[in-house]
Design a protein around this ligand. Structure first.
Ligand code: UD1
Ligand code: CA
Length: 463
């Protein structure tokens, strides 16, 4: 726990025009969540007293999204920067809300990969602390200016730098820490007399030097942490870096990823031991995989809980489902919301199941649709069985009791109930309740053959 009175200012007022999207930039997803949400996670991990998001005119949507997602988080504060006059001006807008004895850390809404451990040493500095990096291609970044002894003298922006300064590869990441008391002294004194006619936050460095305040630089080890996201290509790059980081962490906890570069988790995964995830699997929302679960290639699971020993075969899609132990789902299965499966269930190819419960040991192996259905234990549902649950206006329920066997190509016209132990003959259209036991068949009575019947031929078009 930090004993500092840490206040974090998150700059997020930029338009993000290079993204060429109607979506506001800081709401663009990284690992399935807005990039700003990741920065707020970091702020929380640092035990900040408050985090002040500086947002731009017309960006109320950002505020609405976060107030909806984190109701009652009174550490989250919003500061409107009406006009974007530069990073120094942006931080200045937040200062009235920050007590003099606070330590202020400046982060960026579009630099979401920075980790709390990287910032930890910085926030302990007494004076002005800069997070810096050394880049092979420093173009576009502010450069760190040092004197002959190596002491930091200032930061020069790329646009304002001369040819010699542009060769400096030590750059300003933008993230910095300073006592609120000093920011309150320095920021009102900034001038916009520079190439961009903006109030540069970076100009506080030369003010610190002038005031005899110690300036310390902390160089980041992993440059992916400091990259800003301005366009779709950078967003994709950050997504890969984020996924890689997540995958490595999961593998350290024993998850068997067949290829960590072909795995995407957009949410939270809890998993047991000996869980194997094959290539090109996407997991979204909250996913819980029990011991020994196998997820086959090209599958998508969203908000799913799978019991121990269950196998999901290739190309299956599961959403909002709870599956018991030792089930076998797919290949090519689709389980839709509110589906619950007990143990030892088999769901085969081209089977769609929605809002349905299946009891232990039941099987639906080929080409079927079950919707709004309750299925008992040890039921076998033949190929091509369809529950006709929708009459065009309302959904109706189907109940299939224990030990029922349903022949192939059966239509169950809901509401309908099939009694315990009943067998239904193939090709039946069942529109009335079926009693327990016995064989129920409902199809055209006799099979006819017309030996002289001729196939119709296409009429030739007259010229
Ligand atoms: C800034 C730094 C530069 C550093 C670089 C790292 C300054 C003057 N320069 O330059 O030294 O190397 O970041 O990426 O700080 N913003 C606002 N309100 C404003 C202006 C900006 O909220 O009025 C936000 C933007 O949304 C953006 C961030 O601040 O997320 C940085 O602003 P930008 O104009 O991109 O600064 P750079 O020129 O990249
Ligand atoms: Ca920038």
């Amino acid at each position: 726990m930090s004993s500092l009175n840490l206040h974090i200012v998150i700059l997020a007022a930029g338009q993000g025009t290079r993204m060429r999207s109607k979506q506001l930039k800081v709401l663009q997803p990284l690992g399935g969540r807005p990039m700003l949400a990741h920065v707020l996670d970091t702020a929380r991990a640092l035990s900040a007293r408050a985090y002040h998001v500086v947002y731009g005119h017309g960006a109320e949507l950002v505020r609405e999204w976060f107030e909806g997602a984190h109701p009652g988080d009174d550490r989250l504060r919003w500061v409107l920067q009406e006009e974007q006059k530069g990073t120094g001006h942006a931080v200045l807008q937040a200062l009235p809300e920050i007590p003099d004895n606070a330590t202020v850390l400046v982060l960026y809404g579009d630099v979401p990969l920075v980790r709390a451990v990287t910032l930890e040493p910085l926030i302990r500095y007494k004076g002005l602390g800069l997070l810096t990096a050394t880049l092979p291609k420093p173009r576009g970044y502010g450069r760190i200016l040092r004197d002959e002894e190596g002491a930091i003298m200032g930061i020069v922006e790329d646009d304002d730098a001369n040819a010699e300064q542009r060769r400096i590869r030590e750059i300003n990441t933008g993230m910095l820490v300073a006592p609120a008391r000093l920011l309150k002294r320095w920021l009102p004194k900034l001038s916009a007399d520079n190439a961009k006619h903006e109030f540069y936050l970076t100009d506080i460095v030369s003010q610190a030097v002038k005031d005899g305040v110690e300036v310390t630089a902390n160089e980041v080890e992993d440059n992916t942490e400091i990259t800003g996201i301005n366009d779709p290509a950078q967003l994709a790059g950050a997504e890969r870096a984020f996924q890689r980081r997540q995958a490595e962490q999961l593998m350290r906890h024993g998850l068997m990823l067949r290829d960590p570069s072909r795995f995407d988790l957009r949410g939270m995964l809890r998993h047991g031991s000996d869980v194997i995830v094959d290539v090109d699997v996407v997991l979204e929302g909250d996913v819980h995989l029990g011991d020994g679960v196998y997820i086959g290639p090209f599958s998508l699971l969203k908000n799913a809980t799978l019991g121990p020993g269950t196998r999901i075969e290739a190309h299956s899609v599961l959403e909002s489902v709870v599956v018991g132990k030792h089930c076998r789902i797919g290949p090519f299965a689709r389980l839709r919301p509110e589906t619950t499966l007990s143990d030892e269930i088999h769901i085969g190819n081209f089977v769609e199941i929605k809002k349905t419960h299946l009891g232990t040991g039941s099987k639906v192996n080929h080409l079927s649709y079950l919707g709004d259905t309750t299925v008992g234990e040890r039921v076998n549902i033949g190929a091509g069985t369809i529950t006709c649950n929708y009459d065009g206006a309302n959904k109706h329920k189907t109940v299939i009791e224990d030990d029922v066997s349903i022949g192939s190509d059966t239509q169950l016209v809901a509401p309908v109930k099939v009694g315990r132990g009943a067998t239904i003959g193939a090709g039946s259209t069942i529109a009335e309740d079926v009693p327990p036991g016995g064989l129920t068949v409902c199809r055209a009575r006799e099979q006819k053959t017309l030996p002289d019947w001729k196939r119709p031929v296409k009429k030739k078009r007259e010229a």
